[in-house]
Design a protein around this ligand. Structure first.
Ligand code: AMP
Length: 210
């Protein structure tokens, strides 16, 4: 089962992808997480991507991102399917993906701008296990991960001025993908302003796995 989670930043793609991955036993592939990991490892490409692009709320160029995804999808653990979170984000990326693989369904998780700003400014992530917390999923102890005891931090690009830029970029470059996948008959709209468990149930139902 090859799935794409689409939707604006802060709509809950990462949270849903994490849960779907456990439920369906297929990997969660987040290009944003891959870029953050590369920067944390001081990989030159990762550091450049942070300084020139994602740290400012802009997209990393298509050729770099497509290559990264192509290499990741070629790995063994993807042979029974995967959940793409944050890729594709542009029409050229979607076209490139169509050449690499065949997508079954595209889940478009919709949320309003107001909900998104609230979620993103309150979002914190565990520096160790990468679990995401926020208004919908608060940690038991402030600043500490429930799962592994790691420190919770705000992402560099979850600062308000960067969030506004990311939402603009989403509208211009990523929103056209809904039409692209609608025309392919693969787009399924999911209400992202519901409790996390209900969103998960809606997704599972939509892909015939409830
Ligand atoms: P995310 O964690 O999905 O919000 O991604 C964080 C940042 O990584 C984005 O704001 C982009 O700068 C970069 N990024 C992630 N996925 C892509 C993509 N498919 N194309 C270009 N840039 C991306």
């Amino acid at each position: 089962m090859n799935l794409i989670l689409l939707g604006p930043p802060g709509t809950g793609k990462g949270t849903q992808a994490e849960r779907l991955s456990k439920k369906l036993n297929i990997p969660h592939i987040s290009t944003g997480e891959m870029f953050r990991q590369l920067a944390a490892e001081c990989n030159p490409l990762g550091v450049k991507a942070k300084d020139d692009y994602w740290g400012k709320g802009n997209l990393v160029p298509d050729d770099i991102t497509i290559k990264l995804v192509e290499e990741r999808l070629a790995k063994d653990d993807c042979k029974n399917g995967y959940i793409l979170d944050g890729f594709p984000r542009t029409i050229p990326q979607a076209k490139a993906l169509d050449k690499i693989t065949s997508i079954d369904s595209v889940l478009d998780i919709e949320s309003s701008g107001e909900v998104i700003i609230k979620r993103l400014t309150s979002r914190r992530q565990c520096v160790k296990c990468k679990k995401i917390y926020g208004i919908d999923v608060p940690p038991r102890h402030e600043g500490i991960c429930d799962e592994c005891g790691g420190k919770l931090e705000q992402r560099d690009d979850d600062k308000e001025e960067v969030i506004r830029e990311r939402l603009e970029v989403y509208k211009k470059q990523t929103l056209p993908l809904t039409d692209y996948y609608h025309r392919q008959g693969k787009l399924i709209k999911i209400n992202g302003e519901q409790p996390i468990q209900k969103i998960l149930e809606d997704i599972l139902k939509a892909v015939g796995k409830n």
